[in-house]
Design a protein around this ligand. Structure first.
Ligand code: KG4
Ligand code: ZN
Length: 351
């Protein structure tokens, strides 16, 4: 019998529901909250309150698009963390209530893990081992994936995540939230070699990342070249006036610094471990320069995997896909399906 999965994702400000039949995505509905851009970032309390309002409608839509009835579902998966606790609990409560009332199994899914496997949605098989780079608004993790759910973490960010570096840099430049897509767009008409924004060199572990230095160097650039410098990275500078093409050039150079660090470390790890498969995922994997830079490495014998654009930023399809993989390959005992809501939400943020 096939698995008919309802998946729910509410780790941050998105509210998403998907229906899958085994590893086949039948629907993937994502409701985004535009209003956070008025505050320059996510306001957690507002995020979860808005999610409570829409989650049922989002799930109904996912059923309607899939052609499945709620009574067809025999497995529920939902993001259990990491994420905003109010948002997580909203999705988890909804998903668990669904599973309990229908008497079906529930799987709590780690958000980073669901990003990691999103590269393979729609593919028949996953070829192991591969080097994984997960780059999102909250995480930057480089790991070696030897088999299903078998990871060796090589490096992580020591301060800001890559997405955060994009978002905070954009804020300093007076661009709306989320800043990653804005910088990406403006950078297309800019010069990458306009200015060198240096990155901190990490001595302890060459596969760790640090993006706070690049943010500070942008702050110094703005202080030096503009009369009204921003006071701090968090307060932004909406009043800045840029010269012709300057904003595009800054975005291109700033983006180049972040992308170079991500690509260089990933390729170095793949070389060191003799691995030819590389999978890049998470919201920042939507970045066009990051994608182009990695795809160029295909000419050097690497096989590069990116998620389809709709699976890059937070979405429930990747949660359902990960639930499918967990159910089939993770050798879960019966107890796993009966975890309480609070346990996965607070205690088990494990891979
Ligand atoms: O994976 P995601 O949706 O949420 C988290 O799990 O954090 O990632 C959101 C992040 C934001 O920081 C956003 O600015 C970034 O992904 N992002 C991008 C692009 N699209 C989204 N960053 C750079 N270039 C993009 N095109
Ligand atoms: Zn995410």
């Amino acid at each position: 019998m096939s698995l008919k999965i309802l998946a729910i994702e509410t780790s941050c400000d998105e509210t998403s529901a998907a229906v899958l039949e085994d590893n086949d995505v039948l629907s993937n509905i994502v409701s985004s909250q535009e209003f956070h851009s008025d505050y320059g970032g996510i306001v957690p309390e507002l995020a979860s309150r808005a999610q409570i309002q829409v989650i049922d409608k989002v799930a109904e839509r996912a059923f309607a698009v899939s052609g499945f009835d709620p009574n067809d579902i025999n497995l529920v998966g939902a993001t259990k963390g990491p994420g905003l606790i109010g948002s997580l609990l909203t999705g988890l409560n909804y998903a668990r209530a669904f599973a309990v009332t229908k008497g079906i199994k529930f799987i709590g899914i780690n958000h980073i893990e669901s990003h990691l496997y999103s590269c393979f949605i729609g593919q028949k098989e996953i070829e192991f081992p591969f080097v994984s780079l997960v780059v999102s608004g909250g995480h930057t993790i480089l790991s070696c994936v030897n088999g299903y759910f078998d990871y060796q973490i090589l490096g992580q960010t020591q301060d800001d995540a890559a997405g955060e570096a994009f978002d905070k840099g954009a804020k300093m430049l007076g661009l709306p939230y989320p800043g990653g897509p804005e910088i990406d767009k403006l950078a297309k008409d800019g010069r990458e070699d306009f200015h060198k924004f240096p990155l901190a060199q990490l001595k302890e572990n060459k596969y760790d990342f640090s993006f706070s230095g690049v943010k500070t160097s942008l702050l110094y650039y703005l202080k030096k070249h503009h009369k009204q410098p921003p006071l701090s990275p968090s307060r932004g500078a909406p009043g800045l006036r840029f010269g012709k093409g300057e904003l595009n050039d800054i975005c291109a150079s700033y983006q180049k610094a972040i992308v170079t660090s991500l690509v260089d470390k990933t390729i170095a790890a793949a070389d060191e471990f003799g691995i030819r498969n590389i999978a890049v995922s998470g919201g920042v994997s939507a970045n066009s320069m990051l994608k182009d830079s990695f795809l160029k490495m295909q000419n050097h014998g690497f096989r590069i995997y990116f998620p389809a654009l709709e699976y890059t930023t937070d979405n429930a399809a990747m949660v359902g896909y990960c639930a499918y993989l967990k159910f089939n390959y993770a050798k879960l005992d019966e107890e796993y399906f009966h975890q309480s809501i609070l346990e996965p939400a607070f205690a088990k943020f494990l891979w």
